[in-house]
Design a protein around this ligand. Sequence first.
Ligand code: PMP
Length: 315
Amino acid sequence: MKCSKDGEFTKGEISPFGNIQLSPSAGVLNYGQAIYEGTKAYRKENGKLLLFRPDHNAMRMKIGAERMLMPSPSVDQFVDAVKQIAFANKRWVPPSGKGSLYIRPLLMGSGPVLGLGPAPEYTFIVYASPVGNYFKEGTAALNLYVEDEYVRAAPGGAGGVKSITNYAPVLKALSRAKSRGFSDVLYLDSVKKKYLEEASSCNVFVVKGRTISTPATNGTILEGITRKSVMEIANDQGYQVVEKAVHVDDVMDADEVFCTGTAVVVAPVGTITYQNKRVEYKTGDESVCKKLRSVLVGIQTGQIEDTKGWVTDIN
Ligand code: PMP
């Protein structure tokens, strides 16, 4: 779909995956004016396909677009495009329990712009790929490294939206952590470097007794759709769920830590290393993480009845 600045998005078309043409002076290439989303289609045991809360991705894209001074497709246009791409790729959706179809909506400033300013034209593209587990650890526990040199986002920046400009700057810290054998990086706040933010592509939860804490969304972390869903499931199960500033010392003192995201779903954390101190956490069948994961995955794949209106059947 295309749109001129402040204009309406035209009706899109489905075409085979391939290269696109852009001006060398496209806003996205020069000034990073683009935001994206990530959602998944799951196959039910009866073969039908389900989407998980695509309207929330649409609403998050709208908020992100406003922050990056871009027009955005309406919620209906967004959801309709995601449904069409999932349907057109239905033969690529893995069997139930064997993976999912990852769907990537991308909104970019595609028109040419030389001096710093918003692009005169925008393009909205949705593409898809079958995926399995995000981490090489599969569903096994992750080993995280608390990064205290690089930060992911600063107050007033774009850390709270899914701007493409948030991702390249984390690659250095991520590749350094990976080369030392860690699965991912945990970022701290940019001001005091003492409060937990999130990992490179997922939100973080800390469990102590029956209390589950997660960093409050204050503009520097992404308000994950999985995060919101897991908080609701945990509340339903009688846990006390708290959004607050989570001090790194409390993370090191927790019973359990887990990550949430469209890609990682709900992933247990086995160890965290912070300034040469390494802490091990409870994982396994009795963990809170496992219980929350099984409810979420059950709803996403249609094995647990969706009483919340979270899944959309696209057949
Ligand atoms: N934080 C970041 C930085 C992310 O890129 C993602 C993935 N979208 C998340 C958190 C998790 O968000 P969601 O649950 O909506 O996928």
